[in-house]
Design a binder for this molecule. Sequence first.
Ligand SMILES: Cc1cc2nc3c(=O)[nH]c(=O)nc-3n(C[C@H](O)[C@H](O)[C@H](O)COP(=O)(O)OP(=O)(O)OC[C@H]3O[C@@H](n4cnc5c(N)ncnc54)[C@H](O)[C@@H]3O)c2cc1C
Length: 366
Amino acid sequence: MSDKISWDVIVIGGGPAGSTTARYLAEGGVDVLVIDGRDPIGSPLQCGELVPTNEEMQRLCPKVPDIDDLLRTPEHAISLKTSEMHLVPPSGKPLRYNFEGYMLNRVAHDEALVDLAKSRGAKYLVNSRVDSIEGNTIKLRGGKELNAKIIVGAGGHNDPLRRTFWNESSLKIPVKFVLMDGDFGDAVELHFGSMAPGGYAWMFPKKSGANIGVGIQNKFSKNKNINELSNDFISRYGGDITFSGAGSLPMSGTIKTFVKGNYVLVGDSAGMVLPSNGAGITIAMIGGRIAGQVISEHLKDGTSLSEYEKRWNKQMGKVMRNSKRAFFLGSFVLRLPDWMINTMFNRLTKFMVWRFITCRNVFVIF
Ligand SMILES: Cc1cc2nc3c(=O)[nH]c(=O)nc-3n(C[C@H](O)[C@H](O)[C@H](O)COP(=O)(O)OP(=O)(O)OC[C@H]3O[C@@H](n4cnc5c(N)ncnc54)[C@H](O)[C@@H]3O)c2cc1C
């Protein structure tokens, strides 16, 4: 990067949200710098690594246009293509569904997003943490200061812009996971019940091995903490652990407003995770595209930044509302004793359970 101090837009964080925002800003001719504390961006891994295929995304989010332009997952970032999802109650007897997904190599996936944004003209400053933001000035750890007309907070669940200028709090659920060697088939599994109070556990197979983890709501887990629960669940599987990771997922859904003056939030920092299934990668990218396009229109012809929220609501409002509702209901149901959850996962409820996971209205058939 040059020694340039003043930019049209500075994006804090170069994950899926930040790099996608930067890509569309650069495509709109905007002078944009992405600052990320990591080097390389995306590493170390903090993810279950599952995303729907583009076709599946189109079914899940029917109002989102041009999915293929947005989601260009390169082959080298895909570890395995999956065709089934199993939703597994404590009894271990799964409900089986068709589900076309990609198990990613998430680090390669995020690197590809950085390369795509760079190829459009976005600039990156890595290994640099943002310490504070004041007015149009961003202060980096070490004291360096940079300025921008618009500042985008894409720093994930602990984004500094969100932390400093928004008081709205989000429920964050702790998550622990491992990568394990072995052969795990090609169906992704989500497990529900006392092994993951208020959340779920997963086994997502990769080309060789699997990504296995647990996310819980602490307030529903009286006897065991996330370490004990994740150890218990992971020990059901027999392979060698090659990596252990942890993180936190915002599960309240989107916050009320993504824009304050010349500050804009996108991705996890704006709550763009579907709470009923924990999907955040592709959702952050949907938000990133809208944010990038609206900010570049704003700089060119004065389009109001609030247009970002309007377009988001048009494309994702219904999906997010259904997902929040399903999560609220699920938080109640998934606290019930295991034997009751077992009885709820049956042939008659199979259709409803799927609508719940895929963010459709559970009670209305349309
Ligand atoms: C354990 C786990 C498993 C998950 N599994 C899945 C899954 O299987 N599928 C799915 O779709 N989603 C999953 N998610 C959610 C998904 O990872 C997030 O929703 C997604 O990464 C959000 O993208 P983002 O760009 O908003 O944030 P992030 O990917 O978190 O990127 C934020 C970036 O900002 C940088 N940053 C933060 N603070 C600063 C600072 N002060 N200065 C400079 N840089 C900063 C970070 O270094 C990081 O690179 C999972 C999350 C976790 C924690």
